[in-house]
Design a protein around this ligand. Sequence first.
Ligand code: HEC
Ligand code: HEC
Length: 271
Amino acid sequence: MRFLSSRRRHPAAKALLLVLGLFVMGAFYTVLAPAGQSSADTGTSQQVEEGRALFAVGCSSCHGLNGEGQASGEIQGPPLAGVGAAAVEFQVGTGRMPMARPEAQAPVKPNRYTPEEVAALAAFVATMGPGPEIPDPSQYDPAGLSEEEIARGGELFRTNCSACHNFEGAGGALPGGKYAPSLYGVSNQHIYEALITGPQQMPVFSDGVLKPEDKREIIAYLNTLHEEPSQGGLELGGLGPVSEGLWGWIIGIGGLSAIAVWIAAKGAKAK
Ligand code: HEC
Ligand code: HEC
């Protein structure tokens, strides 16, 4: 009887399911894809006004209406004059900001602003004082680097970064409930922005400390780490906080597989 009823299913049902599957995939992509490059660093006045409005709603409770900061009370936030557009893109793009609740360190979480909104927030904060601008893709794109240059990136990483992030970039704990996060799967733009803005205890790596080509070499080296996260032996990555994007990705792929299996099963029954 079951089979009879499924035979009566409209012939378009399969196509509809496929469309639904694609839609879910698209939705996941939109949620999980790294925020695109926001080109307008200088910020049009309209963008600044849009950013001011978004800031008043999402950020001012901790950072003050004009980013002057709030040092007392239950919810606190540092002043933002001079942190620059790059710091906003990094903090909001990685989902650290807006912080959900006071804690030792803002965790990475899904970013709930569109690239346009992030650019507007960045443009508004940039009016508070001069600071690092959102980098151009040419600054963090490691394409075309040779094997030697990538190996040099690995050396620079072990010299400058491994004390906090572990020699394989797996991350590590710091005093006071803080931590240097795992660097697997962090976008090239966010690596570059972390270098030029120095979030939390991380030092700022200005071009005097790490030249622009050094930065690209380090980024290229980090990319090889997430291509082959485990080279055998014990997986130490579990020590650092696993990036939520990774879990989102696993669940996303899992969900898609489930949908594919389901469609196949339904299709077989309908025959
Ligand atoms: C619940 C309070 C809270 C909210 C809401 C909040 N922040 Fe923050 N913000 C903080 C705290 C606390 C820090 C410093 C701690 C840290 O970086 O982990 C911080 C740090 C920052 C920094 C880094 C400053 C630096 O010196 O590099 C930026 C940029 C920033 N916030 C922007 C924003 C923006 C933009 C929003 C709104 C979308 C926002 N924040 C919402 C509390 C908050
Ligand atoms: C003194 C310790 C320290 C050193 C040295 C350091 N970092 Fe960090 N790094 C941190 C901390 C702490 C954070 C997290 C900041 C936060 O969450 O606000 C961080 C964050 C990052 C992030 C952001 C990761 C994410 O999940 O969004 C990247 C990328 C990064 N560091 C790369 C580097 C690189 C590359 C170097 C070397 C050139 C380096 N760091 C050196 C402490 C350090």
